[in-house]
Design a protein around this ligand. Structure first.
Ligand SMILES: Nc1ncnc2c1ncn2[C@@H]1O[C@H](COP(=O)(O)OP(=O)(O)O)[C@@H](O)[C@H]1O
Ligand SMILES: [Mg+2]
Length: 231
C-alpha cells in the first residue's frame, strides 16, 4: 500500500541545513493502524507530508497505492492526494466560516460529485463520528473533540485508501484524545482504511497495532504490538 525506500529530506534555511530524514525505509500494508512515534523534531511531520503528497523527498522512492511519487508534477501530486488520501491535523484545520456539514461536504464538492450523493455521504459520515444534530454548527461552537471529529469525518468522507493523521490528539485532553483514537480505530476496522498517525504521547502509541519509532530522521525501531482493547 505504502512503500518508502531510503528517503532523505533536508531543509535549507540560509546557512542552516537540517537533515530531517536521513534514509527512512518502511513498508505499510493495506488496513494497518500504525503509529509513527518520536520526540519533537524527529521527522514525523516531514515523513507524513511526503507520504501525503504535501511535500517531496530529496531522494529515495515513495510509492502510495501503486503510484510512484518521484518525478511527479505538482498538479499530479495534488490529484493523488485528492483521490487517495485523507489528512487529519493537530490543530483540526477546519474552515471557521463553514458549518460542520459544509467542512465535510467540501471534500466531495472538490471531486465534482452530484449534490444528492454529497448530501447522503456527508450526513452518513457525520452520524458515524457521533455528530448527528450538530451539522449546522460552525467550529467555534464545537468543543475541541467535536472539531476533531469533524476533521476525521472530512478525511473519511471521500472513502480514501489512506488516512494520515499528524498528532491528531495533541490539542485534546486525554479523555477526548482517547475517544478520537477509538473513533479512528473503529473506522479502520469497519472501512478497512489504512491509518498512519504520528504522536509523541505514550497513551496514543499504545493504541497502534504497529509502532515505528523515529529518532533524528532515522527509524529506531519498528514493531508490531498488541494494541489496547477497544470496545
Ligand atoms: N520548513 C522547515 N524549514 C526548516 N526546518 C524544518 C522545516 N520543517 C521542519 N524542519 C526541521 O526538520 C526537523 C524535523 O521536523 P518535523 O518533521 O517537523 O519533526 P516532528 O514532526 O517529529 O516534530 C526538525 O529539526 C525541524 O526543525
Ligand atoms: Mg510534527
Amino acid at each position: 500500500m505504502i512503500s518508502i525506500q531510503d528517503v532523505h529530506k533536508e531543509y535549507i534555511d540560509g546557512e542552516t541545513h537540517v537533515h530531517a530524514l536521513r534514509g527512512v525505509s518502511m513498508e505499510i500494508e493495506q488496513g494497518e493502524f500504525l503509529s509513527i512515534a518520536g520526540p519533537s523534531g524527529s521527522g514525523k511531520t516531514t515523513l507524513l507530508n511526503i507520504i501525503g503528497c504535501i511535500d517531496t523527498a530529496d531522494s529515495g522512492d515513495v510509492e502510495v497505492d501503486g503510484e510512484r511519487l518521484s518525478s511527479r508534477t505538482f498538479k499530479e501530486l495534488v490529484e493523488i492526494r485528492r483521490n487517495k488520501i485523507g489528512f487529519v491535523f493537530q490543530n483540526f484545520n477546519l474552515i471557521p466560516v463553514l458549518t460542520a456539514y459544509e467542512n465535510v461536504a467540501m471534500a466531495l464538492s472538490l471531486l465534482g460529485l452530484p449534490e444528492e450523493e454529497i448530501r447522503e455521504r456527508t450526513m452518513s459520515i457525520l452520524g458515524e463520528v457521533g455528530l448527528e444534530g450538530m451539522e449546522h454548527r460552525r467550529p467555534a461552537k464545537l468543543s475541541g473533540g467535536q472539531q476533531q471529529r469533524v476533521a476525521v469525518a472530512r478525511s473519511l468522507v471521500k472513502e480514501p485508501r489512506i488516512v494520515l493523521a499528524d498528532e491528531p490528539t495533541a490539542n485534546l485532553d486525554s479523555v477526548t484524545g482517547e475517544a478520537i483514537l477509538k473513533l479512528m480505530k473503529d473506522m479502520n476496522r469497519s472501512h478497512g482504511t489504512t491509518f498512519v498517525f504520528s504522536t509523541h504521547d505514550q497513551m496514543v502509541m499504545d493504541y497502534a497495532d504497529r509502532l515505528c519509532r523515529l529518532h533524528d530522521g532515522l527509524v529506531e525501531s519498528d514493531e508490531r504490538q498488541v494494541a489496547h482493547q477497544t470496545v
